[in-house]
Design a protein around this ligand. Structure first.
Ligand SMILES: [Zn+2]
Length: 119
């Protein structure tokens, strides 16, 4: 993009070790918002599911447990993103080149898929 006759070139983002893509604080925020939305929806669904079962007096505990497990996984991911957002001021976080999970600077392996992040 041209800016007052000069070509505007943004500073290159330093890549985190391991070949992952670096993540900006704005992207981290966006991820957090998306996860919060997903979490709220899933929680709402779980409530609805429990209600439907209650009025039919027929509980499928396996369904509830499966749903709760998804909610728990989402909660853990949200916790990780929030931790990263707190410690990350300036792109210290990266995403795993294998599974796109977030990782903090200095991580040796991806916590989701165990992909090595250090070279
Ligand atoms: Zn991974």
């Amino acid at each position: 993009m041209k800016l007052r006759g000069r070509t505007y070139v943004p500073d290159p983002q330093p890549l985190p070790p391991g070949g992952g893509r670096s993540v900006s604080p704005a992207e981290l925020n966006e991820r957090r918002r998306r996860l919060e939305r997903e979490f709220a929806e899933l929680q709402f669904d779980l409530g609805g599911l429990a209600y439907e079962m209650a009025i039919r007096d027929h509980f499928r505990v396996d369904l509830l447990v499966r749903h709760a497990a998804r909610l728990q996984a989402l909660d853990a991911e949200l916790g990780a993103v929030e931790r990263l957002a707190r410690m990350d001021e300036g792109g210290a976080a990266g995403t795993c080149p294998n599974c796109d999970a977030l990782y903090p600077r200095g991580a040796a392996f991806c916590s989701q898929c165990a992909h090595p992040l250090m070279r």
